[in-house]
Write a protein of this length. Structure first.
Length: 216
């Protein structure tokens, strides 16, 4: 709808749109590079949507997403690259109460969000149905704290490839020690480019015959 509207700054007028029957928001604000907040969407009814893929992809000025805090996303299946390349986004605490329990795809959701320092806003998420976390935090180069993921249930995941690829500020993964990992999961390059990171604590994961070096 606003695909590559790279001069769009204000979306307050969109609060009058009736969105209750919309089931797909894919790419709606794709590369709206001057959009800095989404407060105009705070009253939207998105409860019927199953797809938020690429919705704010490349919104490089977007720094405030608190306007989404009351969204009912419980029917969504797909959050792929929703905030990919939102390089000004540093605070995602507004998402803490999102019900994502039906989602299966988080691929690249916060990829290249280079201003993110922590992801505590995701600590309450139920991701137990997801099979894909590929590149979810790819190149989040300021991310230094991932304890918000300590209680995540990723046991159904088949794909963790590049999940923290080039998160160059990460120094430890102790918060992931208790993750239960499927024996079928792909972990290749999960921490590739995390130059400060020691992944030896993850040898407690019960993955027989797996080459832990392939994660780096």
């Amino acid at each position: 709808m606003f695909y590559e509207c790279n001069c769009l700054k204000n979306i307050d007028g969109l609060k009058y749109i009736d969105t209750k029957d919309i089931n797909n928001f894919k790419g709606m604000f794709y590369k709206c590079s001057l959009l800095s907040d989404v407060n105009g969407l705070k009253d939207w009814n998105v409860s019927n949507s199953e797809n938020f893929e690429d919705m704010f992809y490349g919104c490089s000025s977007l720094s405030d997403i608190n306007g989404l805090k009351d969204w009912n996303v419980s029917n969504s299946k797909n959050f792929k690259c929703m905030f990919f390349k939102c390089s000004s986004l540093s605070d995602i605490n507004g998402l803490i109460n999102w019900n994502v329990s039906n989602a299966y795809n988080f691929e690249g959701m916060f990829g290249r969000c280079s201003s993110l320092t922590n992801i505590n806003g995701l600590s309450n998420w139920n991701v137990s149905n997801s099979t894909n976390f590929r590149n979810m935090f790819n190149r989040c180069s300021s991310l230094s704290n991932i304890n918000g993921l300590a209680n995540w249930n990723v046991s159904n995941s088949k794909n963790l490839v590049g999940m923290f690829y080039e998160c160059s500020s990460l120094t430890n993964v102790d918060d992931l020690i208790n993750w239960v990992i499927s024996k079928e999961v792909n972990l290749v390059c999960m921490f590739r480019g995390c130059s400060l990171l020691n992944i030896s604590p993850l040898k407690s994961w019960d993955i027989s015959d797996f080459d832990y070096n392939s994660m780096k």
